[in-house]
Design a protein around this ligand. Structure first.
Ligand code: GZL
Length: 328
């Protein structure tokens, strides 16, 4: 009889232990790891995939981190849900690559009230109170656009007319806002520049192929195009595909395709002459984000804003060595 009671008791105790270990949130049981919740936009472009890889490469257990990664599939509401889940899980830090600038005040306030530092990466958030985030690591997108329009000014210095098609990135994203504003400002300054059409390419190859194809076939007269200003490389791939399908040549003497990001595949097209200008936008931001967290962990105060250094490439400056050594 006694043996029976003891075995029932043992089974009961084991069951309790099992239930407790299943109920613990994802952040317990590894007290020495720094838990980082990352909300990523999606996987819409080569740039984004490289940015994700750069983030995952630094937040590893070997480096002392536990990474909770969420892909929002380009929907802002999924980012809000992910951040609220990270708060429930009591992560140590939240990293957000915001899809667009607006709408972040409430959810970032919840993170602040939970005492969790938030680091904004790549694009920016437009919030009333910038204490809602600890630091921003990214690029100066207006400057990127200025680099492109300065090149256009030199390239077309002797042209009477410059006919431009503008393919915008995800509307409301900082990258789109900055790159677009630079072009609009340059259009104001150059009265011989004509904006033939402006489309939302959503940073994807498929959308850009579709809008340029529709534009060409729905025009009574075959449009005379000098420049297609694409706000990222995947849009440039779609533009080249559509232009070549309808008999345009891309490059010197033809349509000048301008692009942003400077991924490997785009630099190969640039070296080929099909992309006339590549403005670099560096996705390898993981180490900079880790540096922000390491600074805080060491009791320091990180810089509020950190911009990455970026350059431009033309068919005359791209080399196979540059392409072979490229991280993305
Ligand atoms: C820029 C980044 C943009 C890239 C696109 O930092 O936000 O989003 O230029 C990506 O390729 O989709």
């Amino acid at each position: 009889m006694l043996k029976k009671i003891i075995s029932v008791l043992l089974i009961f105790i084991m069951a309790c232990c099992l239930v407790c270990s299943c109920n613990s949130d994802q952040t317990s049981g590894e007290d020495d790891l720094i838990v980082v919740g990352v909300s990523q936009v999606g996987a819409e472009s080569d740039w984004r995939i490289a940015n994700t890889e750069s983030t995952k490469a630094v937040f590893t257990e070997d480096n002392g981190y536990r990474l909770l990664f969420d892909d929002a599939k380009q929907m802002q509401e999924n980012q809000f849900s992910a951040i609220r889940k990270f708060i429930q899980q009591k992560v140590d830090y939240i990293v957000v690559m915001p899809i667009s600038e607006e709408g972040w005040d409430a959810v970032l306030k919840e993170a602040q009230e939970a005492g969790i530092p938030v680091i904004i990466v790549d694009r920016m958030v437009n919030v009333e109170d910038d204490s809602l985030f600890t630091a921003h690591v990214g690029a100066d997108f207006y400057l990127e656009g200025q680099k492109a329009t300065e090149w256009m000014t030199q390239e077309f210095a002797d042209s009477e007319e410059v006919n431009i098609i503008h393919i915008q990135g995800t509307i409301g994203s900082t990258a789109q806002l900055g790159r677009t504003q630079a072009l609009l400002d340059a259009l104001e300054e150059n009265s011989n520049w004509n904006l033939l059409a402006q489309f939302d390419g959503d940073f994807t190859q498929a959308k850009t192929y579709e809008v340029i194809s529709d534009y060409i076939i729905n025009n009574d007269v075959r449009p005379s195009i000098d420049v297609v200003y694409c706000e990222n490389d995947n849009e440039a791939f779609g533009a080249i595909e559509a232009l070549e399908k309808y008999g345009y040549t891309c490059g010197e003497g033809g349509v000048r395709v301008i692009s942003f990001d400077a991924t490997k595949q785009a630099l190969e097209l640039c070296m080929e002459g099909k992309i006339s200008l590549e403005v670099e936008c560096n996705p390898m931001l993981g180490p900079l984000v880790k540096n922000v967290i390491d600074t805080i962990e060491a009791g320091g105060i990180p810089s509020k804003y950190q911009y990455v250094d970026e350059t431009v490439f033309t068919p005359d400056t791209v080399t196979q060595e540059i392409i072979d050594n490229r991280e993305y």
